[in-house]
Design a protein around this ligand. Sequence first.
Ligand code: SF4
Length: 281
Amino acid sequence: MCAVELLPSNPLEGKSPFELRLNQAPAASESVVKNALESGELGFLHSFTTGSTVDGPGVRVVGWTAGCQCRCLYCHNPDTWNMMNGMPVPLDRAIEEIRKYQHGLKIMSGGFTLSGGEPLMQDRFAVRLFTAVKAMGVHTALDTNGFLGERLSDRELEQIDLVLLDLKSWDPERHRQLTGKDIGPTLDFARRLAERKRPVWLRFVLVPGWTDEEETVGAIAKFAAGLGNIERVDVLPFHQMGRFKWKELALEYQLESLEPPCRGAVERACNQFRAEGLNAL
Ligand code: SF4
């Protein structure tokens, strides 16, 4: 039985992941959080959104988890870094929320995507939710930075139909500067997914001056092509839609005045992936 309840002022369904949501779990004690993480009985979620067409195939329901171990300089959801900014949602409640849409999702060849934040910060909740959703016959997708991929067993990976894997840079030092974390675990997870022949869409954020050098894009494209399981590459132009959140949270935002890349730069990056035989959009 969960010791915390959903706060009535925060509906489970959000207008969009860009909604700023803070301190949604003030009543959750340390032991509640610890038990939640160990058992997966309770998840900490920013919100659910419906109707997404960019987080996997078809039309999707997306669960946005709270908690992330990275500190990406371009993060557009820094309010999801802290797990306590998420709503405590019992696993059963989350399953019921998705069940409401199961028929529609199947008709629209869509499914359910768990994104964040970083969903694998709550790996037990993620696995249990995916298992329940897959049992409904609904397609499942995990949007992850891959850093905690080793938390999933090979068997648990089978509950995830598609991994949306964010690869943020190639150069280890640049990756550390950009995200605060090492690149190694993400690359290891990418290789493991390839060995297990799990379908992957690679996501790459094009950040002017940080990730848009020809050598960087070329190296990532080569690596991705060599894996053999990358069904598609999404080149995502850096944007400023989350700038207001950095301000609200009084965080120092180093990319405050950085302009998004021009269309030509995005197309050039896509072409580098295509040149390696990948389907880049
Ligand atoms: S991994 Fe995603 S949620 Fe975490 S800091 Fe980076 S962009 Fe933000």
